[in-house]
Design a protein around this ligand. Structure first.
Ligand SMILES: Nc1ncnc2c1ncn2[C@@H]1O[C@H](COP(=O)(O)OP(=O)(O)OP(=O)(O)O)[C@@H](O)[C@H]1O
Length: 596
């Protein structure tokens, strides 16, 4: 419990917590108004049924005298107006409360989802290598609402119900201490036992439900994501069956959960009836007179009538909170990791703050230098890069070659700064890239092996992640021309506005690759990094693009990972990588040689 509260408090800022406190206060006022409304009906009905009861009620009598009513009927009309006004005010308040509650709750849900998305998108690349995107999607879309509704809102409702129960308990214990004490112990004990028996099961179900909902998204993602391969292989059935299996697990969990939600009601009814009967027997055995017994009976029956739904709700809410508990753990773990990382990052940037700002417009002059760099992927024992030292002078074009799995992509990812070396240093113009990561990455145009295209226009795919109102069409056309795609785009009826389809399905493999190249060139980067970017192209197109890239050689530093010798024939330096190590360096131009 303490741990749960600590984690919840961590998830929200001080301002957000205050907003929740406001909701809680408003819930209590709503409960008081609800009770007041019901409470006022009883004396009103009493006066209607029997006007002489007016003189028995001190409060009513003083109101009667204060306003100097002439007859009971006048007083009745007045009471009816008061009662109606209380109900109108109460309902206006409740409407207002519902509005504030949905405003705060939905806003909080929104804020937490955005915070989580931001945290995922800014996490190190290694985080994404280890986590399945289906689970991240589930956390943002399903787990956040589970925390907001299943924990926060349920928590407030639980507190309100406990408050009501406490009030009724105080009332009962002052009127009939012994029967109340005995019945409370019996009832409380059995509720405690019931909870103890099912506590672990509910928590386990909550955890399982979390895993299952992630798996369900995963199977849909995989099935729809590889629809072509699946069609060709004809194994649609496997994916449908795998989804069905998870979906059935989900149904079983929900069936269990619903049973556990419903069963307290039946369990409590039996318990309350036994307690009332037991209490009556105690009262009778205590030898009190019959009229006293009848009024006690009425009191206990009324209390039971009010307590029953409250207790049922308390148990259902406690179960719900337990079921949804794993969602808090997941968000907490993902966000606390982010906070620590964020703290390190902000410390680093403040340390180098002056340098970072001062060099925003800097142009690299010397080169990139790797000093004894080693790297291992998380949870791996083998090093993917071992003790690599090399220099890349600015303005040179460099090729990385080597067998499949040699470590070329890993080495380039280290230079890009998306992976961090376990040991060694990567310097650009004698400064570690860690200390200038934002500036460094802004200077790079990167073309990966597989280009991710969004279901958007060619314009937005080339100027990827740029606000549409800031996109410069001249630059888009310029980069399309450099990527040898201008003619094709000009031939399309929609030109730059043409949509490429999900993951670019409306384009050929080569066209997709060239959009990727245009994207990397859009910002006119100083450094161009190509990871087998032309491997999907036919020889002729590749030659054409490489010619265009060669044309950029004067102004850019170019890093290319390539398999085909034709791709690298014009490079100044060739680094051969083998089993994570630098096996050979070939310097083809005098310039490159002297610069190293
Ligand atoms: N996310 C990862 N987790 C664990 N090991 C990885 C991961 N990515 C790559 N590796 C391993 O690191 C080594 C180097 O991989 P890398 O992708 O850098 O090779 P490569 O030379 O680019 O190969 P290719 O030419 O086939 O693309 C390989 O042994 C690979 O299995």
């Amino acid at each position: 419990m303490k741990d749960l509260i600590k984690k919840i408090l961590f998830l929200f800022s001080k301002k957000e917590k205050l907003r929740f406190l406001l909701i809680f206060v408003m819930i209590i006022i709503a409960a008081v108004l609800e009770t007041l409304g019901i409470g006022l009906i009883v004396p009103f009905v009493e006066i209607v049924m029997n006007s002489s009861s007016l003189s028995d009620n001190q409060i009513l009598m003083s109101a009667y005298e204060l306003f100097s009513f002439q007859s009971t009927n006048d007083f009745l009309i007045f009471s009816a107006i008061v009662l109606l006004s209380v109900f109108i005010l109460k309902n206006i308040y409740l409407l207002f409360f519902q509005y504030v509650q949905s405003l705060v709750i939905l806003n909080q849900q929104n804020q937490l989802s955005v915070r989580l998305f931001k945290s995922y998108i800014t996490k190190p690349y290694t985080f994404h290598l280890q986590r399945n995107s289906a689970n991240l999607l589930r956390n943002i879309n399903n787990e956040v609402p589970r925390v907001i509704y299943g924990i926060i809102l349920s928590g407030f409702q639980l507190l309100t119900e406990l408050l009501v129960i406490a009030c009724i308990f105080i009332l009962l214990i002052t009127i009939a201490p012994i029967p109340t004490a005995i019945s409370s112990i019996t009832l409380g004990g059995s509720v405690f036992l019931f909870n103890k028996i099912f506590r672990k099961k509910i928590r386990a179900l909550g955890k399982e439900s979390q895993a299952v909902s992630g798996n369900m998204i995963k199977w849909i993602n995989q099935g729809l994501g590889a629809s072509k391969e699946i069609k060709v292989m004809g194994n649609e059935r496997f994916f449908v069956q795998s989804y069905l299996k998870e979906s059935l697990r989900n149904a079983r969990i929900n069936r269990f959960r619903l049973m556990l939600e419903q069963s307290p009601k039946f369990f409590l009814e039996v318990m309350i009836i036994s307690v009332i009967l037991g209490t009556l027997l105690i009262i009778i055995l205590q030898g009190k007179n019959t009229s006293n017994v009848v009024s006690m009976m009425a009191l206990f029956a009324m209390a039971a009538f009010r307590l029953m739904p409250s207790l049922t709700r308390v148990m259902a809410l406690v179960n719900g909170i337990r079921f949804n508990r794993p969602a808090v753990d997941t968000l907490y773990e993902d966000l606390i990791l982010d906070t620590h990382k964020g703290m390190i990052k902000s410390e680093e940037s403040s340390k180098n703050g002056t340098e970072t700002i001062g060099n925003r417009e800097r142009i690299y002059q010397k080169g990139i230098e790797l000093k004894n760099v080693s790297f291992r992927y998380p949870e791996q024992t083998n090093y993917s890069i071992k003790n690599v030292s090399l220099s890349i002078p600015i303005g040179q074009s460099v090729a990385f070659i080597g067998e499949s799995g040699a470590g070329k992509t890993t080495l380039v990812d280290l230079i890009l700064g998306v992976l961090e070396p376990e040991s060694g240093q990567i310097l650009v113009d004698d400064i570690s890239i860690n200390q200038q990561i934002n500036i460094w990455q802004r200077k790079i145009g990167y073309i990966p092996q597989t280009i991710y295209l969004s279901d958007d226009s060619i314009r937005s795919n080339v100027a990827f992640g740029v606000d549409p109102k800031n996109i410069d069409d001249t630059e888009v056309w310029r980069s399309l021309e450099q990527a040898k795609l201008k003619e094709f785009v000009e031939s399309l009826p929609g030109k730059l506005d043409s949509f490429v389809g999900e993951r670019g399905v409306r384009l050929s493999g080569g066209q997709r690759q060239r959009i990727g190249i245009a994207r990397a060139l859009y910002n006119n980067p100083e450094i161009l990094v190509m990871d087998e970017a032309t491997s999907a192209l036919d020889n002729e197109t590749e030659q054409e693009i490489m010619k265009a890239i060669d044309g950029l050689k004067e102004e850019k530093t170019i890093l290319i990972i390539a398999h085909r010798l034709t791709t690298i024939e014009n490079c100044d330096i060739i680094f051969q990588i083998s089993k994570g190590q630098l096996k050979e360096s070939v310097y083809k131009t005098k310039d490159a040689y002297s610069a190293v």
